[in-house]
Design a protein around this ligand. Structure first.
Ligand code: BTN
Length: 279
């Protein structure tokens, strides 16, 4: 059996009344329209099909299992029953070079919601949610671009709930069972948290701008301040750039590097260059 629409809608309604959950702004509503499926190749693919049929921002596709779940870097996302597989359509009107901001806003929003429930997730740049040093969830953002601007985006989120996970993964239900108090009781409640988190992150980014979002994202970022070595040069992880690269502050600056700050030289590392954050 897949998710129940009425339980999902009820869980979202409850969240909007809970004190510790940051509220959504009524000024920029993102009315959700749900499409629930038993089995799909991929909820991202289903979301794009809905967009092609005229669906707009707020459209949500959720499946109980996926047969061809898409992960980062062209990988497969293993998607057996028991996990949460969800995609949300947005229409951000954003220059394509800033597309990473959508993932950063989504990751921060989801982490904020889970943390409001006492689940101490952190962020692993650029798109992972990490709990106790293990991967709890991943985000895959896909975009449609016209004349250099994003016209539609699909934010796909996979969360380990009761599904089996590899060595580097963790599922939320097992984690909660090991705690004295469980704050999430069903897949629908988890889906409501993720959707509220996505909407929160998107609204916050649109309202406050990328500078404030990055400052908030960085407070949850694993590896900030850590010394790393890339191509034989060592530096300190200093933060994330507005285009989504990892900023490494060189310990021994040379004359040849491009970006210079008052306190030293910065190198920008593209996603996939190094891996930070797993124990
Ligand atoms: C990652 O590699 O970390 C990102 C994984 C994203 C997986 C989710 S599951 C729901 C949505 N549909 C997909 O096909 N992929 C994303």
């Amino acid at each position: 059996m897949g998710l129940s629409r009425s339980r999902l809608e009820a869980a979202l309604q409850v969240l909007s009344t809970v004190d510790q959950v940051p509220p959504l702004s009524p000024q920029a509503p993102l009315p959700f329209s749900f499409h629930l499926f038993e089995t799909l190749p991929s909820t991202n693919e289903a979301a794009w099909k809905l967009v092609n049929q005229g669906a707009g921002a707020g459209t949500v596709a959720i499946a109980a299992q996926q047969q061809a779940g898409r992960g980062q870097w062209g990988r497969q996302w293993s998607s057996p029953r028991g996990g949460l597989y969800l995609s949300l359509v947005l229409d951000p009107k954003l220059a394509v070079e800033f597309s990473a901001q959508l993932t950063l806003a989504s990751a921060w929003g989801i982490a904020t919601l889970l943390r409001s429930q006492g689940i101490p997730v952190c962020l692993k740049w650029p798109n992972d949610l990490v709990l106790h040093g293990k991967k709890l969830a991943g985000i895959l953002t896909e975009t449609r671009v016209q004349q250099g601007r994003i016209t539609k985006a699909v934010i796909g989120v996979g969360v380990n709930w009761t599904n089996p996970v590899p060595q580097a993964g963790i599922n939320l239900k097992s984690y909660l069972n090991s705690q004295s108090h469980a704050s999430v009781h069903s897949l629908e409640a988890l889906a409501a948290l993720i959707l509220h988190g996505l909407a929160l992150g998107y609204q916050f980014w649109q309202r406050e701008g990328i500078g404030t979002l990055l400052a908030n994202y960085s407070t949850l970022l694993l590896g900030l301040g850590q010394v790393i070595t890339v191509n034989g040069r060592s530096g300190i992880v200093a933060g994330i750039s507005p285009t989504g690269e990892l900023q490494m502050q060189l310990q021994h600056p040379s004359e040849t590097q491009s970006a210079t700050t008052a306190s030293g030289q910065l190198i920008l590392l593209k996603p996939g260059t190094i891996s930070l954050g797993y124990s």
